[in-house]
Design a protein around this ligand. Sequence first.
Ligand code: NAI
Length: 334
Amino acid sequence: MKVAVFSAKPHDRRFLDAANAAAGGRHELIYFDAHLTADTALLADGAGAVCAFVNDHVDRAALSALGSRGISLVALRSAGFNNVDFRAADELGIAIARVPAYSPEAVAEHTAALILSLNRKIHRAYARVREGNFTLDGLLGFTISGRTVGIVGAGRIGIAFARIMLGFGCEVIAYDPFPSPELEALGGRYVSLEELLKNSDIVSLHCPLTAGTRHLIDADALGKMKLGAMLINTSRGGVVDTRALIAALKSSRIGQVGLDVYEEEEGLFFEDMSGRAIGDDVFARLLTFPNVLITGHQGFFTAEALTAIAETTIANLTAFEDQGRPLHSVVFTY
Ligand code: NAI
């Protein structure tokens, strides 16, 4: 099947080509740097499916443009699917596939990396030592062992992260509307969101972005957190109200913030903006805080995760071509 791959970076080509070759080269993969939108959908002319990533617009306009070209599958190279208009996909008869679990550990480990770097100021220490400055002023951290870590969303990534933090000797509490026995078996405990915010030294977000979780962490929630607590978001930017977060940083209510995602990351993340002005003043303000550490949506970025994403994506395409259904279709109830 001919497949138009949008938002394709060199690593996408490398890992998808390898997975396609390993599966006998079944599919003809055509790569485009462009994001998928209603306007760029015409690039998929002649294809049977498109392959999209987190910042592609799989909205009604794009889906209509794809549908009118006879495309009946969008294969997401991601676990999250908040960028898809499922009602439109249903109406247009377009199937949506995703990669449900490629390496929860990869994202969980990146979350731990943000916590450790922020707490011990590794990013600042690295620059300081390279300048020949070996003073310790401003590098004071806290011992993580014995602290309380609050996990919002104890799914695959949340559980993998719980395992790491329990290994550090932390007390792990979690909030999830659908508790599973796995967390408790590991030694964690479910609490209400209110209790989690009140008692956690570190709050880490691992829930999906839905209508119910958009701005879950708003001014009210930030106000309930322990004074000086750390907030980490590696889920989706929209779960946090960034303007409220900036206010909480300015008032020192929140002590440290680690972000791998940002609500307006599209157009910024995955692009080289080093020679250009950043037009987003909210993001620019975030960058000015010494106690904020931001990475550009790289939680998933390990060789193992990219291999699994590519293999599952190829398997989704093959199953769709052979049986009319992708291996992992997203069934959405609305
Ligand atoms: P999952 O579906 O296994 O787990 C999500 C958990 O969140 C579930 O247990 C669910 O019950 C819970 N949840 C749903 N609504 C909630 C709410 N209102 N409050 C608290 N919990 C709620 O998903 P998985 O694989 O653990 O991924 C979680 C999210 O991580 C994805 O949706 C995606 O947005 C993000 N992600 C980020 C990556 C990165 O590179 N930074 C890579 C992969 C995923």
